[in-house]
Design a protein around this ligand. Structure first.
Ligand code: CU
Length: 240
């Protein structure tokens, strides 16, 4: 099983004893208070159930903190030549886990795909929008490929990406249009910013291969160890 799965399972037994204890305590109190006046009894019951709520709330809060306690990988990518900087993604190659299918959007506005690189995870669906006053034709020749046909302003086409890979996103009507859909095996990926910086957050602890995708250039992979709640810095160089 996965790290995420294990920690989620570990959380529950911890939460239960706290709740059971609070409930037993309440039971005990109400027996002891049996002979007391009604008003006092009610007040005590309220205070007791308030405490129980507080206890289970605390257990929940602790549980969700433990589950989110991933590590962070960040650094700078030196892209040579720098003109290809914008088309750089840093990602983790294989991270075990079951990822819920998500939905994303790629817009077409001003004859441009926005964002320039869309990061998704295998199984995710992308809605292709059109906010130009003309028709676009969305297709990709990469991997198994897709062609969503021509569609007008305010129309939407969708595509589900079943397999990891990088798909150059083209429009057959406007050859100058170019974007990318980066489909990862997992969601742990980041597009570099204008300074070449990247941050991958909330990574489950483990040993991974850190890789870089660039539309024109290459970089060797790096082994990286991620520890819970810790940050690790990895700087990379991408060249011809
Ligand atoms: Cu177009």
């Amino acid at each position: 099983m996965t790290h995420l799965g294990n920690s989620a399972l570990n959380v529950k037994p911890k939460a239960r004893p706290a709740q059971t204890k609070a409930m037993n305590q309440e039971e005990h109190d109400s027996h002891a208070d049996g002979t007391d006046q009604k008003g006092y009894h009610l007040m005590n019951r309220h205070a007791s159930s308030g405490l129980r709520l507080l206890a289970s709330g605390l257990a929940l809060a602790l549980g969700s903190t433990a589950r989110a306690e991933g590590g962070t990988i960040s650094g700078t990518v030196d892209v040579q030549p720098a003109k290809y900087l914008a088309e750089t993604v840093v990602y983790l190659k294989a991270v075990p886990g079951a990822y819920k299918p998500g939905e994303h959007q790629m817009d077409q506005k001003g004859m441009t795909f926005i964002p320039h690189i869309l990061l998704v995870t295998q199984g995710d669906t992308v809605k292709f929008l059109n906010h130009d006053n003309l028709a676009h034709n969305v297709y990709s020749p990469d991997n198994e490929g897709y062609n969503l046909g021509s569609f007008k302003e305010n129309e939407v086409r969708t595509h589900t990406f079943a397999k990891p890979g990088v798909y150059s996103q083209l429009c057959s009507i406007h050859p100058e249009m170019l974007g990318y859909v980066f489909v990862g095996q997992n969601p742990y990926a980041a597009v570099v910013d204008k300074k070449g910086k990247y941050v991958i957050k909330n990574v489950p602890p483990g040993n991974y291969q850190l890789a870089v995708w660039n539309s024109k250039l290459k970089a060797p992979e790096k082994a990286v160890t991620v520890t819970a709640a810790k940050a690790v810095e990895e700087n990379l160089t991408v060249k011809r």
